[in-house]
Design a protein around this ligand. Structure first.
Ligand SMILES: Nc1ncnc2c1ncn2[C@@H]1O[C@H](COP(=O)(O)OP(=O)(O)OP(=O)(O)O)[C@@H](O)[C@H]1O
Ligand SMILES: [Mg+2]
Length: 256
């Protein structure tokens, strides 16, 4: 099926004694907003670490746009068009908003650096393209007035938006967001949700969202995969997942 962008098949990940993921499978389509939920320790971040190449799964396959990701280094996977944010804010607090985005973009282009030094023309073209992409992203996220502010001086919600900006500046096909609204107040959450939805709608980016805020998940997801103790216990549309027996049991006393 050509509309599948990411295909996870039979994914298992074991640490000594811990089964972080067991035989997990799902597909994410181009431009889809797909959420992965589950109680603490269910394996959500581990799944992201497998997709982005930080962890090597014990078995299974992860295909992205027709390419097998298992066994590839994180920077190669990033180059294929997968960008991610982390559960904790990952920004450079002493640098400005602009510098943070430029750095993310440069990281993305690295690998061709020696060549870039030798062939000046190409390096310059890349630099111009980087500045354009970063400027577009800053405008897109409404960060124009803050571009020269040090990120460490901004409130939490804006720091998370800068972090999102760092991923969008890479112009990815797929965005992995690990708890993007964690620790946010109501207004910050609404702003972030709007930015994520617009990234999908206006930039055509597919999003895999890991989030504990069930209100947000139910509102913006097209499909939801539920993990519990590393196993997929449900997969489907928000309305179906919300009344699934196994899901209700896993969340008993929880947020649903
Ligand atoms: N590097 C590691 N070494 C050993 N065990 C790990 C490692 N990373 C994760 N685990 C274990 O794998 C399981 C899944 O952890 P993971 O962080 O993926 O859960 P999560 O769903 O992201 O949880 P949370 O909602 O709390 O962020 C847990 O039992 C965790 O302790
Ligand atoms: Mg996690």
């Amino acid at each position: 099926m050509s509309d599948v962008l990411l295909s996870v098949e039979g994914l298992s990940l074991r640490f000594a004694g811990v089964r972080a993921l067991t035989d997990v499978s799902f597909d994410v389509r181009h431009g889809q907003l797909f959420s992965v939920i589950g109680p603490n320790g269910a394996g959500k971040s581990s799944l992201f670490n497998c997709i982005s190449g930080v962890y090597r799964p014990t078995s299974g396959s992860i295909r992205f746009d027709g390419t097998e990701l298992v066994g590839r280094a994180p920077h190669r996977i990033a180059k294929l068009g997968i960008a991610r944010t982390f559960q904790n804010v990952e920004v450079f607090p002493t640098m400005t908003v602009l510098e943070n985005l430029l750095l993310a973009r440069h990281h993305h282009m690295r690998g061709g650096v020696p060549a870039g030094v030798l062939w000046f023309g190409r390096a310059r073209r890349e630099e111009v393209a980087a500045r354009r992409a970063v400027d577009r992203t800053i405008d897109f996220l409404g960060l124009g007035d803050l571009r020269h502010r040090r990120v460490g001086s901004l409130p939490h919600g804006l720091q998370k938006r800068v972090e999102l900006g760092r991923t969008l500046a890479m112009e990815p096909k797929l965005l992995l967001l690990d708890e993007p609204v964690a620790g946010m107040n109501h207004d910050e959450t609404q702003e972030m949700v709007r930015a994520i939805v617009r990234a999908r709608q206006e930039l055509g980016v597919a999003v895999v969202l890991v989030e504990h805020d069930m209100g947000v998940v139910m509102e913006i997801s097209q499909e939801i995969c539920v993990l519990d103790f590393g196993e997929r216990i449900a997969l489907g549309a928000p309305a179906d997942v919300a009344r699934d027996e196994a899901v209700l049991t896993a969340y008993l006393g929880g947020a649903l």
